[in-house]
Design a protein around this ligand. Structure first.
Ligand code: FE
Length: 199
């Protein structure tokens, strides 16, 4: 089978698009962590699956860092005005195909770290060195006003849970299922979403 044309993303090729990124770019380093990007995202998905999360939340854990690959996205997948912040970029590319709970988990996974640092004393101590470093660049812990606003998101619980799996998914040598294991799940989530949108 020849490589699909990803110049335009659709419900039919979006899962193959992600699979292709995992395959070609998965070995990219993950910003000072001991695991590669694909190892990190697959570990997040496995933690979600092992915890009995819904397929939507497993999809969110698997794809939360997909925004690091903005240079792979077709131009029209990124809405105008979105810069290269990987949380926003990831949510933008997912938005046409996934429900809000998924895009919320992706869009807010960096903010969730800032929220948890402000609200959970033990949380900061569990962050990796690289994650502590980026916290400073991301604005540090939220202030009380930011915490209040963030807590109003109806998907708060899922957002925080995906963030915690994000932090835990950094174990060198951890064995996970491959992307192909999650592909049928992703397709089910996409199909259900598209069906709902067009109903
Ligand atoms: Fe991550």
């Amino acid at each position: 089978m020849s490589k699909p044309d990803f110049s335009e993303l659709s419900p039919e090729n979006i899962v193959a698009f992600f699979g292709d990124i995992f395959e070609r770019r998965g070995a990219d380093s993950y910003l000072g962590e001991q695991v590669t990007m694909s190892e990190h995202m697959l570990q997040g998905a496995k933690l979600a699956e092992d915890a009995g999360a819904t397929e939507e939340i497993i999809a969110a854990a698997l794809l939360h860092d997909i925004g690091h690959y903005t240079n792979e996205f077709p131009e029209d997948a990124l809405e105008k005005g979105i810069d290269n912040l990987h949380d926003e970029a990831g949510a933008a590319v997912l938005a046409p195909f996934f429900p809000t709970v998924v895009t919320d988990c992706v869009r807010h996974h960096v903010a969730a770290k800032r929220y948890l640092c402000a609200t959970d004393d033990a949380y900061f101590g569990r962050l990796s060195a690289a994650s502590v470093h980026t916290l400073g660049l991301q604005g540090g812990p939220m202030d009380a006003q930011e915490v209040d606003a963030f807590a109003r998101n109806p998907n708060l619980e899922s957002i925080l849970q995906v963030r915690i799996w994000d932090d835990q998914g950094k174990v060198p040598g951890e064995v996970t299922p491959p992307f192909a294991h999650y592909a049928p799940m992703l397709q089910r989530v996409v199909d259900a979403h598209v069906e709902k949108e067009t109903a």
